[in-house]
Ligand binder design. Sequence first.
Ligand code: NAD
Length: 288
Amino acid sequence: MADRKFGFIGLGQMGAPMAANIARGGFPLAVFDRAGTAERAPAGAQVLDSVAAVARAADTVFLSLPDGAVSLAVVGEIADTDGRRTGVVVDLSTVGPEAARAADARCRAAGVTYVDAPVSGGQAGARAATITVMWAGPRDVMDGHMDVLRSFCGNPFHVGEAPGQGQALKILNNFLSGTAMAATSEAVLYGLSQGLDMKTLLDVVNASTGQNTASRDKFPQRVLTGTFDAGFTTALLAKDLGLYLDNAAAAGTPTAVARAVMDLWRACDAARPGSDITRVYEFIRDGA
Ligand code: NAD
């Protein structure tokens, strides 16, 4: 389609940099965020004042919203818009498999294609356009969007045709990422108690078998520096871990580690609501 126009709804920690990269890539873009669009909109984007206005303006709408309930509500608004132009909704949010299937059913009934396409890589990856997209939906639709995907993502993966499969991959990934951050915090505290220097300890782990995303990125870049700026909140991670635990339990797969990790992140979010996830180090060190 030569005159394709894109929409982006949800310009938060992830959405704003993703939308900025799409606009920077030269793709016509209309945006909306209910907390205030003008101050979050990237240069060059058309600022609109509702979900329906975006649905009337754009062929494909990307969503980056906090959770399944919000995503479903927005999908419903798009589906119900009179004079809708949108034929494809690409949901980049983490909503869990059940909400993705519900959103797909809602879209299907209105003749809209829903793509379950969560992302990973954090705010830094969103800024650098290096994030991973886990696309569960029609492959030909993905092929038709490869140019715009390449403008904001470094690793577009087609992970399946069925909505919910992208979410399954995303929540198992965040279980691993949350586990790495929590376990690395405990390991660092033990190392410090033995008189080891944090930077030396991290350098050695990163040249050894214990390395992980917390030891490679979050500790050296955001804990050791005191910036605590992963750009992902404990509330959102606790949501993802809850989704993982519920879905793994429903699937009948083992959850012994996930339950311990979940308890820790829930306690951290309760004690320090909405903190950056790297602050779990302080929570584990100091308690509430
Ligand atoms: P965020 O809370 O910073 O952003 C969400 C945005 O959605 C906010 O700006 C909010 O105003 C807007 N919004 C909420 N309801 C809306 C509505 N009805 N209409 C229009 N706008 C609405 O969250 P985030 O950190 O950017 O995460 C967004 C999604 O991406 C979440 O599902 C999260 O789990 C996922 N995610 C986040 C990260 C990260 O590192 N932050 C990484 C991967 C995936």
